[in-house]
Design a protein around this ligand. Structure first.
Ligand code: SF4
Ligand code: SF4
Length: 301
């Protein structure tokens, strides 16, 4: 019975990106899972916030032809650059099909593990030649951990390397379910100070740091990722706290600092999320932060 249920399980994604080179080593297929339990104020993927499927509307692509309104049986309209009446949307996707300018996009496609393995296998030669594989990202993939476990098990069986890109704010048991099938964890450690973390992400970092500690104690191969935002976490204090936290754990193979960019803003508008504009850190500050980690026996980017 349980086996049957597992065969039927589906994962909900908002994007699949082939030939990705930023989400782990080599050339990868990145699977972006829908749903997140953080609310980072600089989020690059705000269409991932809600676990439910939704229609994104990109006003800058809209030519005002009205085709979407002509086919919508729910009477949802576009007025002054916004969709009105979306609470009635039944996600039939007729408007998306009718829109020739690509202004409407469904986010929240569901796939079985088998379907995703099939997608991944298309690029297996690239993974083999570059040391790449598949990365589960998001959103927060561990909100769908049963599915990720099943998917990773199937990928490993197919000889494909797996990476889990997570913000880590989940029960530790979820990691333990997925880790046996995970080659590499990409863990975000955004802000070390708990109050600042709450202020900018909406949640405490306590559980995240406990999970990070657990992973390091387990010797799990890891890459730590830090989005760096001017005036938020680009301080030497934060960098020193992170360096002390990671210490000499050899399993942390790389620490990667990712300067803020504002590409999430258009996507935020498309799902009606209010998002602030931040700024990237200065190059000088970024170099200083990276230098702090340079004496350690690991890659720093
Ligand atoms: S998905 Fe269907 S119900 Fe929703 S706005 Fe489009 S056409 Fe209307
Ligand atoms: S069909 Fe597309 S381009 Fe035309 S009004 Fe609707 S969203 Fe705009």
């Amino acid at each position: 019975m349980r086996m049957e249920a597992e065969k039927m399980r589906k994962g909900r994604l908002f994007n699949i990106q082939r030939f990705s080179v930023h989400d782990g080593p080599g050339i990868r297929t990145t699977l972006f899972f829908k749903g997140c339990n953080l609310r980072c104020r600089w989020c690059h993927n705000p269409e991932s916030y809600l676990p439910e499927p939704q229609i994104q509307y990109f006003a800058e692509k809209c030519v005002g032809c009205g085709e979407c309104m002509a086919v919508c049986g729910q009477g949802i309209r576009i007025e002054n650059g916004s969709r009105v009446g979306t609470e009635r949307c039944i996600l039939c996707r007729s408007c998306e099909d009718a829109c020739m300018s690509g202004a409407l996009k469904f986010a929240g496609e569901e796939y079985t593990a088998g379907e995703l393995v099939e997608v991944a296998l298309r690029d297996r030669d690239y993974y083999a030649s570059s040391g790449g594989g598949v990365t589960a990202s998001g959103g927060e993939p561990l909100l769908q951990y049963h599915f990720v476990r099943e998917l990773f098990a199937a990928l490993k069986e197919a000889g494909i390397s797996t990476a889990l890109d997570t913000a880590g704010n989940v029960e530790p048991g979820r990691f333990r379910e997925v880790l046996p099938f995970t080659d590499l964890v990409l863990l975000d450690l955004k802000i070390m100070d708990e109050e600042l973390h709450k202020k900018y992400t909406g949640v405490s970092n306590r559980r995240i740091l406990e999970n990070a500690r657990m992973l390091m104690e387990l010797g799990q191969r890891m890459q730590i990722r830090v989005p760096v935002i001017a005036g938020v976490n680009d301080t030497m204090e934060n960098a020193r706290a992170l360096r002390n936290f990671i210490g000499d754990y050899g399993c942390v193979e790389e620490v990667r600092f990712l300067p803020y960019h504002d590409m999430g803003l258009t996507k935020a508008d498309s799902v009606n999320v209010k998002m602030e504009r931040f700024a990237p850190p200065s190059q000088e500050r970024l170099e200083k932060i990276r230098e702090l980690f340079a004496d350690r026996n690991r890659k720093v980017k």
